[in-house]
Design a protein around this ligand. Structure first.
Ligand code: FES
Ligand code: FES
Length: 204
C-alpha cells in the first residue's frame, strides 16, 4: 500500500465515523446555507427544546422553525449529518428516530422532543464501529464521503427493516439516498456484508 493510499484510507475511516473529514462542513453545490433555510422574515419567539441525541439529553433554545438537521449541526455541532438539498430529496441528512430513518432536514426540532435521535456520531459502541461502518471501509463504499453518513444511517435501518434480502431489494429501499459519486455498487455490497454479519440475512 502506498503512502497516499494509507492517507486516503485514514481519511475515509474518519469519514465513516463522523463524515466530516473530507468536506469540512462545506456544502455541496445546491445546498442551502443555514441562514437562508431559516427564512427571511422576523424571527418568532425562541422556544425551549429538549433533544435526546445519542443517549444524551440536550436543552436548547431554538427558533421554532429550526430543523432537526440544523439543531444537530449548528447547535449541537454534530456535523456528521450533512445538508445536501434541504428538501428531503437526497438523504444526506438521514438520522434514526426511535430506530426508524428520517430525513432530518424535513423534521422540526421542536416536534421531536422525547424521541431518541441517533446520528452517525452515536452509531459506534465506544471504540467498536457498527458492522455497517466496518463494511463501508472494507468495501471502499464512498468517494467524497458527503453522502456517507446518510447512506450508513439509512443502511442500518434498511437491514433492521428486513429489506436487505437481495441487491435489488437494497437498491429499492435505499433509493432515497443519492450518491453523486455513483458509489452505489459498493454501498449495496457493504449493506449485504453488514446484513450477513448481523445475521439479518443468511449466505456468504
Ligand atoms: S438534506 Fe437532502 S434530504 Fe435532507
Ligand atoms: S461518496 Fe460522494 S456523494 Fe456519495
Amino acid at each position: 500500500m502506498s503512502g497516499s493510499d494509507l492517507t486516503r484510507r485514514e481519511l475515509m475511516e474518519a469519514a465513516v465515523v463522523t463524515s466530516g473529514a473530507l468536506v469540512g462542513g462545506q456544502l455541496m453545490p445546491g445546498a442551502i446555507p443555514p441562514a437562508a433555510a431559516q427564512g427571511a422574515g422576523a424571527a418568532p419567539a425562541p422556544l425551549g427544546v429538549a433533544l435526546r441525541v445519542n443517549g444524551t439529553e440536550h436543552r436548547l433554545t431554538l427558533d421554532p422553525r429550526t430543523t432537526l438537521l440544523d439543531a444537530l449541526r449548528e447547535h449541537l455541532h454534530l456535523t456528521g449529518s450533512k445538508k445536501g438539498c434541504g428538501l428531503g430529496q437526497c438523504g444526506a441528512c438521514t438520522v434514526l428516530m426511535d430506530g426508524k430513518r428520517v430525513k432530518s432536514c424535513l423534521s422540526l426540532a421542536a416536534l421531536v422532543e422525547g424521541r431518541e435521535i441517533t446520528t452517525i456520531e452515536g452509531l459506534a459502541q465506544g471504540d467498536e464501529l457498527h458492522p455497517l461502518q466496518v463494511a463501508f471501509i472494507e468495501r471502499d463504499a464512498f468517494q467524497c464521503g458527503y453522502c456517507t453518513s446518510g447512506q450508513i444511517m439509512a443502511g442500518v435501518a434498511c437491514i433492521k427493516e428486513g429489506h436487505a434480502g437481495s441487491a435489488q431489494e437494497i437498491r429499492d429501499w435505499m433509493s432515497g439516498n443519492l450518491c453523486r459519486c455513483g458509489a452505489y455498487d459498493h454501498i449495496v455490497a457493504a449493506i449485504q456484508d453488514a446484513a450477513r454479519a448481523t445475521g439479518a440475512v443468511r449466505g456468504g
